[in-house]
Design a protein around this ligand. Structure first.
Ligand code: HEM
Length: 400
């Protein structure tokens, strides 16, 4: 069967989550069991294939017959804003090799494990300072605003050479870019604003001999200031929203699961593994990684034709019991390293060593520093980010 043969009665995506806000939409789980290469309907009425099994998602992410280039015909978009983001002035996340590799290579040394390990004391000092400020003379706060969001924002600002005092501005632009309900015009404006902001900053660093990423990119002869601006924008957005949401959602998940929380508190040696398990269990990039086929591909009895869009559901793949026994249970002691929360293949998350270090440090500092940590409002009042491309919570009122 090909996409053209599918009926109009296909699942519309994104689908809604069920009763548990940590679980992927039940319709995706059903697809994984019954129709792992399923046709789905997108916002503009077009169709694409949705892949939900761990094995298939992993295979397609490293298959060069699938392109990440959003300007190619058939590329699947989940909203008008998303289409605008991928087609106008794209960054290397929406490019194929060799251009993607050329740009990505300029940044790899900044995010290798060795470099990140050297940064750990600095990240920990920031985390401890934020915790001190949050808890001084108070017994409650919003964890998102006072800890989870500032921590990765301060770190990515340091790395890029962006002044943190501008955080309200870049966080606002970034929210517009990542809001599934933003119109194409709003996304266009927010991206232009952010690019202009980074470009002006980059121009001001043209003659500097600072070692921050933007200054170093500006000294290269093979990059234009516009390219520096789009790369800086990608790093700034990807570098703070993701880790911030993982931090607050992880804490909320542990607060809802006192047994796992107690295990983690009693054995801090579990933290590294627990971060992988939380990345797997929560899979905050929850709307699917988009690709388009450049050749005909046979998969599970379906023919994906050249020009067909594909959505790779890493959230459902990470709950596939073929890959992770009892996949719907959170188990901080399990070996979850094969998870796909950072993607896979050539576009696998560039910032993952940094994200891991930030998450490990954030959890350690919060669990050690707040032995009586609890929710300050009933669970039902927590606003989940159903409207955002990166899942999480808008606010997390906590007390200690
Ligand atoms: C790519 C997830 C943190 C920078 C990706 C992709 C995923 C992802 C799933 C693959 C996208 C695709 O294949 O289409 C996450 C998660 C994070 C996180 C879950 C935190 C928990 C970060 C951080 C940075 C970052 C801290 C820092 C700079 C990037 C970049 C790419 C990327 C530049 C594009 C890589 C490429 O196209 O070659 N991320 N990310 N991410 N991420 Fe992350």
């Amino acid at each position: 069967m090909t996409l053209a043969d599918t009926s109009t009665e296909v699942l519309a995506v994104p689908a809604e989550r069920g009763t548990c806000p940590f679980d992927p939409p039940p319709a995706y789980d059903l697809a994984r069991e019954q129709d792992p290469v399923a046709p789905v309907r997108l916002f503009d009425g077009s169709t694409a294939w949705m892949l939900t099994r761990h094995q298939d998602v992993r295979a397609v992410l490293q298959d060069r017959r699938f392109s990440a280039d959003g300007t190619k015909d058939g590329f699947p978009f989940l909203s008008p804003g998303r289409r605008e983001l991928a087609t106008g002035n794209p960054t290397f996340i929406r490019m194929d090799d060799p251009e993607h590799a050329r740009l990505r290579r300029m940044l790899t040394s900044d995010f290798i494990i060795k470099r990140v390990e050297e940064m750990r004391p600095q990240v920990r000092a920031i985390a401890v300072e934020l915790l001190d400020a949050m808890t001084r003379d108070r017994d409650h706060a919003d964890l998102v605003a006072e800890f989870a969001l500032p921590l990765p924002s301060l770190v990515i600002c340091l790395l890029l050479g962006v002044p943190y005092q501008d955080h309200a501005y870049f966080q606002k632009c970034s929210s517009t870019l990542l809001n599934a309900n933003s119109t194409a015009e709003q996304v266009h404006q927010a991206r232009d604003d952010l690019n202009t902001y980074i470009k002006q900053l980059a121009e001001s660093k043209r003659d500097s001999d600072d070692e921050d990423i933007i200054s170093r990119l500006m000294r290269r002869e093979d990059l234009s200031p516009d390219e520096v601006a789009t790369m800086g924008t990608l790093l700034l957005v990807a570098g703070h929203e993701t880790t911030a949401n993982m931090t607050s959602l992880s804490i909320l998940t542990l607060l809802r699961d006192p047994e796992q929380m107690a295990r983690l508190r009693s054995d801090p040696g579990l933290i590294r593994g627990a971060v992988e398990e939380l990345l797997r269990y929560l899979s905050i990039v929850h709307t699917g990684l988009p690709r388009v086929a450049t050749e005909d591909v046979e998969l599970n009895g379906r023919t994906i034709r050249a020009g067909d869009g594909v959505l790779l559901m890493i959230n459902t793949a990470n709950r596939d019991s073929e890959a992770f026994p009892d996949a719907d249970s959170l188990d901080v002691g399990r070996d979850a390293r094969r998870h796909l929360a950072f993607g896979f293949g050539v576009h696998q998350c560039l910032g993952q060593p940094l994200a891991r270090a930030e998450l490990q440090i954030a959890l350690d500092v919060l669990l050690t520093g707040l032995p009586n940590l609890r929710l300050a409002v009933p669970f039902e009042q927590i606003p989940f980010r159903h409207d955002m491309l990166i899942y999480g919570v808008h606010r997390l009122p906590i007390a200690w």
